[in-house]
Design a protein around this ligand. Structure first.
Ligand code: G6P
Length: 367
C-alpha cells in the first residue's frame, strides 16, 4: 500500500532514500563510536584466524555478487589477502582445489537463494569455514553457516536491490579494515581515521539524494538513447557492473559494463550518437587512465555522463555529477546512490513496473 511506501511512489525510491539511515544503523552495530573501534564480538575473525588466513572465496548471485567483487578489491587492497569471487551457480558445480586456510564468504540479502544455499553446503561439506553476510535474520544461509554478519538494511521489498547492496559493501569495508588491522597492515590510528570517515558516509549520501532533480532531468534528456555503457576501472568497474544491472532490471534498456581498458578491444565499435557512456572515476591511482578512455568515446560521438570525486574539466557537452569527497575506498558507496536514482528515473519515464520488473523474482529459491 502507499502508506508502507511512506509517501514515496515506489518501494525502490523509498529504499534508495533509506540508505543513509540503514548505513548509520549498520555502522552503529559494528563500530563503538566512543572509542572508534570495531566491536570485536561482532567481527568474524579472531587475530589468529586473520593471521592464518591465506585465501578468501566470496560466493553470491546478482547484486550480492557485485558487492562481493567490491569485497575482493577492498580486502586485497587493505588486508593483502588473496580473494576470489565466484558466482554461486558456477561454484556449486566447479572443481574445488586445495582449501587449506581458505574461508568462504556467502553474500545474500534473502539468505534463501537456491544456488547460494547450495554453494554454502558444498563448502561446508568440504570442511571449510563459511561466513554469511545476510539481511534476513534466521534465513537458511544465516542458520547454516559458521558465523553471520547481518546488514541492518531492514526489509527490502523492491525486486531491484539497493539498500541491501550498499550495506553489503559496508560490511566488506569493515571486514577489510578489521583484517588489515589484525594482520598488521593498518595501524590502530589509521583504523580510527578510516572509521571516523566511514561515520560521515550517511551525511554524504544525503548530499547525493539532494541532487535527485538533477538526476531526473538528465534521465529525461536521455529518452532517445538506445544503449548505455558504464565504464570504469577496478572498484569503478564493479560499480559499473551494478549500475548496468540496475538499469537493465527495471528499465529494460540495453546496458553493459566494461572495464574501461577493454573498450578498445571490441565494444567501442558499437558506440555512436545514440549511445550514452557513463564513466566512473573515483580512484586516484587510475584517474588519468579512465579519463583518456572518456576522451576516446567522446571523440566517437557518444553522449557522456561523468561521475567523479576529483576536480576534472569534463569534455564540452558532457554531464558531470560530483561525488562528495571521501577516501577512495569508500567512494563506491556514494557512486551507486547516483546510479540507483538514474536507473529509477530512466524506468519511470519509460512507464515500467519499477517494483516488480517482468520476469524477475526477489528471491530465486528454485534452480
Ligand atoms: C534475485 C534478485 C536480485 C538479487 C539476487 C540474489 O535475482 O532479483 O536482486 O541480487 O536474486 O539475491 P540474494 O537474496 O541472494 O541476495
Amino acid at each position: 500500500s502507499s502508506a508502507q511506501k511512506n509517501g514515496f511512489d515506489h518501494f525502490m525510491l523509498k529504499e534508495i532514500f533509506e540508505q543513509p539511515r540503514v548505513i548509520a544503523d549498520t555502522l552503529n552495530h559494528y563500530i563503538d563510536a566512543d572509542t572508534l573501534t570495531l566491536r570485536r564480538d561482532r567481527m568474524p575473525f579472531t587475530r589468529k584466524q586473520a593471521v592464518l588466513l591465506r585465501q578468501l572465496t566470496i560466493v553470491a548471485c546478482g547484486t550480492a555478487y557485485h558487492a562481493g567483487m567490491m569485497g575482493k578489491a577492498l580486502i586485497q587492497q587493505l588486508a593483502k589477502v588473496r580473494v576470489d569471487t565466484e558466482i554461486a551457480s558456477e561454484y556449486r558445480y566447479s572443481e574445488m582445489l586445495n582449501t587449506e586456510n581458505e574461508v568462504v564468504i556467502a553474500v545474500s540479502q534473502s539468505g534463501e537463494t537456491a544456488d547460494t544455499v547450495a554453494a554454502v553446503r558444498k563448502a561446508r561439506k568440504n570442511g571449510q569455514r563459511v561466513i554469511a553476510l545476510c539481511n534476513v535474520i534466521g534465513s537458511t544461509i544465516a542458520r547454516e553457516t559458521d558465523a553471520v554478519l547481518y546488514t541492518l538494511a531492514g526489509p527490502e521489498i523492491a525486486v531491484a536491490s539497493t539498500k541491501a547492496y550498499s550495506t553489503q559493501m559496508l560490511l566488506f569495508e569493515l571486514i577489510a579494515l578489521d583484517l588489515a588491522n589484525l594482520r598488521g597492515e593498518l595501524s590502530d590510528e589509521d583504523l580510527k581515521r578510516h572509521l571516523t570517515e566511514l561515520l560521515q558516509i550517511p551525511a554524504k549520501m544525503e548530499q547525493i539524494l539532494a541532487q535527485k532533480e538533477t538526476v531526473k532531468a538528465f534521465a529525461q534528456s536521455q529518452c532517445k538513447c538506445n544503449d548505455v555503457f558504464f565504464i570504469g576501472r577496478l572498484m569503478d568497474y564493479y560499480s559499473s557492473l551494478e549500475a548496468a544491472l540496475k538499469l537493465k532490471e527495471i528499465s529494460y534498456l540495453h546496458s553493459e559494463a566494461y572495464a574501461a581498458g577493454e573498450l578498445k578491444h571490441g565494444t567501442i565499435a558499437m558506440i555512436d550518437d545514440a549511445t550514452l557512456v557513463v564513466a566512473i572515476a573515483t580512484q586516484e591511482s587510475i584517474l588519468e587512465k579512465t579519463m583518456s578512455n572518456v576522451q576516446e568515446v567522446r571523440a566517437r560521438g557518444a553522449k557522456l555522463l561523468l561521475l567523479t570525486n576529483y576536480p576534472f574539466e569534463p569534455p564540452v557537452g558532457a554531464e558531470l555529477w560530483n561525488i562528495p569527497h571521501t577516501f577512495d575506498e569508500f567512494a563506491p558507496m556514494l557512486t551507486i546512490v547516483y546510479l540507483q536514482l538514474f536507473a529509477y528515473y530512466m524506468a519511470l519515464q519509460k512507464g515500467c513496473d519499477i517494483d516488480k520488473p517482468r520476469n524477475l523474482a526477489k528471491s530465486v529459491t528454485v534452480e
